[in-house]
Write a protein that binds this ligand. Structure first.
Ligand SMILES: CC(C)(COP(=O)(O)OP(=O)(O)OC[C@H]1O[C@@H](n2cnc3c(N)ncnc32)[C@H](O)[C@@H]1OP(=O)(O)O)[C@@H](O)C(=O)NCCC(=O)NCCS
Length: 131
């Protein structure tokens, strides 16, 4: 299911093997549902007291109904229960919906990784305190 949801939003997509190898004891994942249909997911990794968002996506037809924000709020709670005191992520500079989403839930832009992606696009680094 995670692979199907990932494929609907990313190219290249992570296949099932890639996702299974990602789901270790240090990662946590949640599915989000709209009308009983799996419509989005978030995967985070916990390292010591820091959490990182590895991926988040909502199916194109299900976007802008609040699921992305709900998934993040759920991930915050899960990260805190696992001992994290902050969360960070990287996002492509041009990904306006994602940047707006992160800012709307309290993330602050703390840095840039220049030409981070394979297409040479910069990544913006965002961080949010969880305490
Ligand atoms: C980013 C993404 C997960 C947002 O999911 P979503 O369910 O549509 O988000 P929500 O409906 O919870 O929106 C929450 C806030 O995000 C912002 N937002 C969401 N979509 C937006 C858009 N198209 N344009 C501008 N802001 C947007 C708004 O601030 C919104 O708050 P508001 O509804 O009060 O205005 C979704 O667009 C997606 O799956 N994109 C493709 C995958 C991706 O880019 N993932 C992030 C990689 S780092």
């Amino acid at each position: 299911m995670l692979a199907q949801l990932h494929k609907a939003s990313f190219n290249p997509a992570w296949d099932e093997d890639a996702i299974i190898s990602l789901l270790t004891s240090s990662t946590m994942a949640w599915l989000g549902y709209i009308d009983d249909q799996p419509s989005g997911f978030v995967i985070i990794r916990i390292a010591a007291d820091e959490a990182e968002i590895l991926s988040i996506a909502v199916l194109p037809d299900a976007r802008q109904h609040g699921l992305g924000r709900t998934l993040l709020t759920t991930a915050f709670e899960g990260a805190v229960q696992s001992g994290a005191i902050s969360m960070f992520l990287e996002v492509a500079r041009s990904n306006e919906p994602a940047c707006q989403l992160y800012e709307s839930v309290g993330f602050a832009h703390i840095g840039v990784r220049e030409r981070y992606y394979s297409n040479d696009e910069d990544a913006l680094v965002f961080r949010r305190s969880l305490v």
